[in-house]
Design a protein around this ligand. Structure first.
Ligand code: CO8
Length: 382
């Protein structure tokens, strides 16, 4: 058995950022037009009037101030309200594969590795743009990796922590020396931009991480590499079925008696219920996990929590620590990125880990649809 470690990470951020004000302006223009066009039906009680959105509500309810998206124009266009991502031919690189390349190369460079030193690729995300061939295999080929294996996996918002666990298991067993784990999340394509309850929630991004045999990473570090090494002490995964976050899009849609289309096939949730049920589930899971490693909550220098809602993260950290967290104990990136599903806790780790000292402990934690939750305890080893 070998020990496993994280030796590099990478982040791809789309070029377009949308502020709450821009988003609210578009939704409110849509709402006004809808209510005007449907005034008679609304007055007759046949349909309900739509309500406007507001920046104040979004910031207060979630902490989100902006989000990055692959296409801005399409989703702010009230005649479209969806990103415009032109069709690519079968012989062109797919969008998710394309967004995976830069962060993968950055993660490899940070770790001081060449592409050819990777044995496996796991593409882990809430949505794959097609069923097959696997996105991961296309990414493997696009990177020029002509050996090893690749597969896709989906555990919604917990895809990255579950994938780190799978990668660490392969590394510990000796099955692989190093695995590239990638999270290309195009949440904008999956969101109902006409619905004020959720139009502000998501953004697009891609993260990558190298999970590697710890001894190999430490050898490189001792030989003068500048990359830090993060030992993976253990991971804990939990799932519990819930309909409170759901997406009915799937390959059987066209076979159904009454073909479902449009908004019914997008993200939907009971946000309040999710909040109430997931906070205790995650706080208990992290506390138990720390106990299993003989760690007290105050031994943890940093919690890189899933980035869905700032209030939710504050509650979780407070429940674990028994006090309000300091800002740098549970850093927030969702104010800038919104919820980027599985990539959220990896962005937080990518952005906010370099100031930790050798010997410091940290916890990456995800939670979301399924329900699914994953906790990964790391210690800076070099
Ligand atoms: N502007 C103004 N007012 C609004 C708005 C708005 N945009 N939206 C709602 N309101 C109103 C409501 O109508 C309501 O009014 P009233 O009191 O008169 O009925 C009032 O504001 C309060 O509404 P809510 O109860 O809905 O508001 P909350 O305080 O609960 O906040 C949140 C809503 C922010 C959604 C919150 O509930 C939350 O964040 N919950 C947790 C959600 C979460 O973590 N979900 C995880 C989902 S992500 C995941 O698992 C990945 C799935 C795969 C992703 C794929 C990509 C798409």
């Amino acid at each position: 058995m070998y020990a496993a470690a994280i030796s590099g990470t990478g982040l791809f951020t789309p070029g377009n950022s949308i502020s709450n004000d821009e988003l609210v302006e578009a939704l409110n223009a849509f709402v006004e037009r809808y209510n005007t066009e449907n005034a008679a039906r609304i007055a007759a009680g046949q349909v309900e009037a739509l309500s406007p959105s507001s920046d104040d509500f979004i910031v207060k309810a979630s902490g989100i101030k902006s989000r990055y998206v692959l296409d801005k124009e399409g989703l702010l266009d009230i005649d479209r309200m969806a990103p415009s991502l032109p069709t690519r031919g079968d012989d062109q690189l797919s969008i998710q594969a394309e967004m995976a390349i830069q962060p993968s190369l950055n993660a490899l460079a940070e770790a001081g590795l060449e592409v050819g030193e990777i044995d496996g690729v796991i593409c882990a995300a809430s949505n794959m743009q097609r069923a097959y061939p696997a996105m991961s295999i296309e990414i493997q080929a696009a990177l020029g990796l002509d050996a090893g294996w690749a597969f896709d996996m989906n555990v919604a918002c917990s895809s990255a922590t579950f994938a780190i666990d799978m990668a660490a298991a392969a590394v510990r067993s000796g099955q692989a020396r190093r695995i590239l784990m990638i999270n290309p999340e195009i949440c904008s394509a999956h969101l109902n931009w006409e619905n004020r309850d959720c139009h502000f929630i998501f953004g697009d991004v891609c993260t990558a991480a190298i999970v590697e045999r710890e001894d190999l990473a430490l050898d490189r570090s001792a030989a003068g590499g500048d990359g830090a090494v993060w030992s993976i002490l253990g991971s804990k995964l939990r799932t519990q079925f819930s309909n409170n976050i759901r997406n009915n899009f799937g390959f059987l849609n066209r076979t159904e008696a009454e073909a479902r289309t449009g908004w019914d096939l997008l993200f939907k949730q009971e946000g309040r219920k999710v909040f109430k049920e997931v906070v205790p589930m995650v706080a208990d899971m992290i506390s138990e996990h720390l106990g299993e490693h003989d760690l007290a909550p105050d031994d943890v220098r940093r919690f890189w929590l899933h980035q869905a809602n700032k209030n939710m993260n504050d509650f979780i950290a407070k429940k674990i620590l028994g006090r309000a967290p300091e800002v740098d104990e549970a850093p927030i990136v969702l104010d800038e990125f919104a919820n980027t599903s599985s990539a959220g806790c990896v962005i937080a780790f990518h952005r906010h880990r370099r100031d930790l000292n050798v010997g410091d402990f940290g916890v990456l934690c995800s939670f979301g649809a399924g329900y699914s939750a994953g906790s990964v305890i790391v210690r800076r080893a070099a």
